[in-house]
Design a protein around this ligand. Structure first.
Ligand code: C2E
Ligand code: CA
Ligand code: CA
Length: 450
């Protein structure tokens, strides 16, 4: 086995050169012997840089340079703040405020992950007590992200229990641990034990980024959690991508069956919030509600936050839950119409459209052909909405088709027709909604002809 260090590629002094050659020889031996191995200066340098950053992170932890920002979690239906998620930031003396992606991966790889995780837990619980002492008029809980490494470290549950005893003014239910669904947990049996032990303490557990990892029923059975946090990528794209919408709906049904709570992350617009209300997903987090903020900003935010008027109106709608999908269908249709309009205005290329033979493609069709036909066939508002929808839908197809064939003049003329059809759809949908409201709460039988 031969190890080789090359000067001057490797600019070290003679002692270091010999040490490098020695290290390379060690690798040659480990690689099966009877071979030669060059010392890799680049890798060495990379390693050294990483160690330097880790050392800096360690110092930063000692120097109290990390901060927790808090992002509110709200109940859209009740219009209340129900909790906050603690999110780490590094207040770097030269580089300013750094996001987790800039330091967390290094922490996770190093032996710092437990110390860091403990700092997060301690700081967040301390903050919760401070808010309570300030009389923050809320029974909020705090969500804390726990790295798999921290969760599986020595005795996570007894550390947690000791910490909770330090804060007798807090109820354990005010703490929720977020465990990533996407991580390949090294020791599933142990992870399960820890999760169960934490829940026995009264602390709740959420599966974070749900849908991106295993998401198998087996996994849910293995990890007895209280909450699923639907990953933000699904929420972000659900209004335009039927596959993502299907996943969101699937997670919601799964949660109902398993009796778990669901939180939607990444609610970035009003429309996203509306869609979630129609879907019956009331708990939400996202930029449309609030960005993560420093602890001192939270009390004022909580005092002044009110849900958007459109959200409140949607919640007060006296429709039966089973009829809400018709409003969702209306929202999605409007969005598709707007997207066609934008495309024509800008002369850009059209986004894909789901085939309408695909039952997942169109919420209107789905509702109309199931509950709609079964229960409301006799209502003239139903028949009109059905017609209006078919017309608008076909016109969207036509406009798209002609536009894609380069006949933009024709596409524009058809769009004028589509605009009228869209108006008719909106008005008949409004009338149908009124009709449904007036009979909501009646037993779920077929409505007889007038
Ligand atoms: P996460 O747990 O999924 O946290 C949500 C992330 O999405 C946060 O990013 C948050 O600022 C961001 N976010 C919230 N609402 C929206 C929205 O409407 N749109 C978009 N585009 N983004 C939104 P952040 O703070 O950069 O954190 C990134 C990840 O780092 C977190 O993802 C979490 O996995 C991890 N992390 C953060 N703090 C800690 C910590 O203290 N401990 C551990 N172990 N991990 C942490
Ligand atoms: Ca999280
Ligand atoms: Ca997440």
């Amino acid at each position: 086995s031969v190890g080789i260090a090359l000067y001057p590629d490797d600019e070290s002094d003679s002692d270091a050169l010999i040490r490098h050659a020695d290290q390379a020889m060690y690798l040659a031996k480990r690689g099966g012997r009877n071979r030669l191995q060059f010392f890799d200066t680049k890798q060495e340098q990379h390693l050294r840089e990483r160690q330097a950053i880790i050392a800096r992170i360690r110092k930063a932890l000692e120097a109290d340079q990390f901060r927790l920002y808090y992002q509110p979690k709200v109940d859209l239906r009740k219009g209340r703040v129900v909790g906050v998620e603690a999110l780490a930031r590094w207040q770097h003396p030269e580089l300013g405020l750094l996001a987790p992606k800039d330091f967390l991966p290094l922490i996770e790889e190093s032996d710092l992950s437990v110390a860091f995780g403990e700092w997060v837990l301690k700081t967040a619980l301390g903050q919760l007590v401070e808010w309570q002492n300030q009389g923050l008029d809320l029974d909020v809980s705090v969500n804390i992200n726990i790295s798999p490494r921290h969760l599986l470290s020595g005795d996570f549950e007894s550390e947690l229990s000791a910490l909770l005893q330090k804060y007798p003014q807090l109820k354990p239910q005010q703490l929720e641990l977020e465990v990533l669904e996407s991580t390949d947990v090294a020791d599933p049996t142990r992870a399960r034990e820890v999760i169960q032990a934490c829940r026995n303490l009264g602390v709740t557990v959420a599966l974070d980024d749900f849908g991106t990892g295993y998401s198998s029923l087996q996994y849910l059975k293995q990890f007895p959690v209280d909450t699923l946090k639907i990953d933000q990528t699904f929420i972000r794209d659900m209004l335009d991508d039927p596959e993502d919408m299907t996943i969101v709906e699937g997670v919601l049904s799964l949660a109902t069956v398993f009796r778990m709570e669901v939180v939607a992350e990444g609610v970035e617009t009003l429309a996203h919030g509306l869609a979630l209300i129609y879907l019956g997903c009331d708990l939400a987090q996202g930029y449309a509600i609030a960005r993560p903020m420093p602890a001192e900003k939270l009390p004022t935010w909580v005092d002044t936050w009110t849900p958007d008027a459109q959200w409140s109106a949607a919640c007060q709608s006296s429709l039966d839950q089973a009829d809400l999908p018709i409003l969702l269908a209306g929202l999605l249709h409007q969005r598709e119409f707007d997207s066609v309009r934008r495309t024509l205005d800008r002369g850009t290329s059209l986004p894909d459209r789901h085939s309408h033979d695909d039952p997942r493609g169109c919420h209107f069709k789905r509702w109309m052909e199931s509950r709609g036909v079964y229960r409301y066939q006799a209502l003239h508002e139903f028949t009109e909405t059905n017609h209006a929808h078919r017309e608008a839908d076909q016109l969207i197809e036509c406009v798209r088709h002609t536009y894609q064939n380069g006949q933009s003049g024709m596409a524009r003329r058809l769009f004028a027709q589509l605009e009228q059809a869209q108006n008719r759809l909106e008005s008949s949908l409004g009338q149908l909604t009124q009709a449904l409201k007036s009979i909501s709460g009646q037993d779920n039988q077929r409505i007889p002809p007038a």
